[in-house]
Design a protein around this ligand. Sequence first.
Ligand SMILES: Cc1cc2nc3c(=O)[nH]c(=O)nc-3n(C[C@H](O)[C@H](O)[C@H](O)COP(=O)(O)OP(=O)(O)OC[C@H]3O[C@@H](n4cnc5c(N)ncnc54)[C@H](O)[C@@H]3O)c2cc1C
Ligand code: SF4
Length: 539
Amino acid sequence: MSSVRNRNESAWLLPNDGTRTNHALRRDMRRFDDRDELDLLVVGCGAGGSVLLQRLARAGWKVAALDAGPFWDPDTDWVSDEAGSHHLYWTEPRVISGSDPVPLGSNNSGRGVGGSMIHYAGYTPRFHPSDFRTFTQNGVGADWPIGYGDLRSYYQEIEEELPVAGEKWPWGDPHTYPYRPHPVGGNGELFLRGADKLGITAKVGPVAIVNGRFGNRPHCIYRGFCLQGCKVNAKASPLITHIPDALAHGAEVRPDCMVTYIEVDERTGRATGVHYVRDGVPRFQKARMVAIAGYSIETPRLLLNSASKRFPDGLCNDFDQVGRYLMVQGAPQTAGRFDAEVRMYKSPPPEVSSEDFYETDPAKPYQRGFSIQTVSPLPITWAEHIAAQGHWGAALREYMSDYVHWSCLGALCEFLPQPGNRVTLAEETDRHGLPVANFSYSQCENDTRLMKAAQSVMEDILHAAGADEVITIGRYAHLVGGARMAADDKHGVVDANCRTFAVPNLYITDGSVLPTQGSANPALTIMAVTARAADQLTG
Ligand SMILES: Cc1cc2nc3c(=O)[nH]c(=O)nc-3n(C[C@H](O)[C@H](O)[C@H](O)COP(=O)(O)OP(=O)(O)OC[C@H]3O[C@@H](n4cnc5c(N)ncnc54)[C@H](O)[C@@H]3O)c2cc1C
Ligand code: SF4
């Protein structure tokens, strides 16, 4: 594998003078005209979209990415403050339904260049080999049309480019990380202590946070504002890990452009470009190929909103697959109180994790499993945790004033893909007059059992570490699926290379294409799948 700088120079293109943005690179970036026919146009500049843009720009393609949100400048746009960071989220209207509706909006997906990784926590575990074969191995979920082996080298590439720090990883396909593990704070120490007492293996990492120096990116300063955008540039997001290199190689990033419709030529059946709105003005950008990477809700929504005479039920939806098998991880969160001060805010929330419970255990009454990680909510999120427990008024104030004594763990439970958990179009429209997404979600029995099991293990760990009180709330995390990869068009929307079955020059390169989700945070896998798709396109 060639040295990371030869593949991706982003970290060296950032300034080394105490500021965070290379303004000259943005000012001088190549700009295409709407009438220029791009080799490929990317819709959405998040985890998947940015990797594709950078890879294709490096290969000399004429590429641009349109994103509905701004081109962030960490120095001026972000604050180390929970209340002041809501603008990082996608807060356009969405409708939720089903028997277990998933709250969307304030803490779910991102907007703007860098996408949801601007405010993600920074955990970057790999999927396990079993995640690609859950149907064959466990009779649940789905088999991917690719296997873990197809992604291994891409995982390694992306881990070097972010870069990822962590201990030698014993689970799944055992592997090492390019950077040594970070020192841990009070929350991580308690997790390690409790797990050790119970014979559970817990390890430090894997986190996409610089431990040392990487190019012109500095060391993490352990202030714990990772979910607010990391003003330091220590936490990886495509804004700093892939966009600078893409711009340096001739890509255009066009912010504040909401794509509204994918145009397909009725005669040839090929995509010809996208309609988008900028500053209230409708426009059309021509392109020879299009890739959608708008996140698991907005990608299926855009496909459904792109219905035409040829695709009356939505683009690529001839077999009613668009929007289906959307998954969310069950993410119960358990907090434990300790007499000593923990001060869980004094470090990045992602510190320590365990994948001991990831695989199916035949002795358990459920298939698949869960992982456990430190989460470390800041005060407002802590108040939400307490309020979700039913505490209010004086009791809430008491818990809040006791904040420094609490430690917090979160689980990620592998909820299963189900056809009925899907995005459809709602009656309600957004400010562009487009129907918004209706996301219907219901848990199955296996999901509920996993949540209970994960809760019980987390409570045991915190008790074993010495907690005198533990409280757990139910939550969800990480949406993936909705335009999944499959062996054929009756079972999914894209093939093994992320190309849609229905339109030969239309690709989907974001979390929507994942057929299963494991108990791993998804960003690294989204990037690895996209890097592989880019290789297939350019190779
Ligand atoms: C609080 C929080 C913490 C998280 N922590 C982790 C973590 O620790 N580890 C991890 O792996 N994952 C984490 N995630 C999830 C992770 O960030 C996402 O799964 C991942 O970024 C999704 O990548 P994507 O490419 O599918 O979409 P995104 O990264 O969300 O990118 C989509 C982009 O498309 C743009 N867009 C959407 N629609 C349009 C349109 N019509 N026109 C133009 N642009 C459009 C959006 O503005 C956005 O920039 C976290 C998420 C949240 C909410
Ligand atoms: S703790 Fe480290 S990674 Fe997190 S916001 Fe601060 S500097 Fe960035």
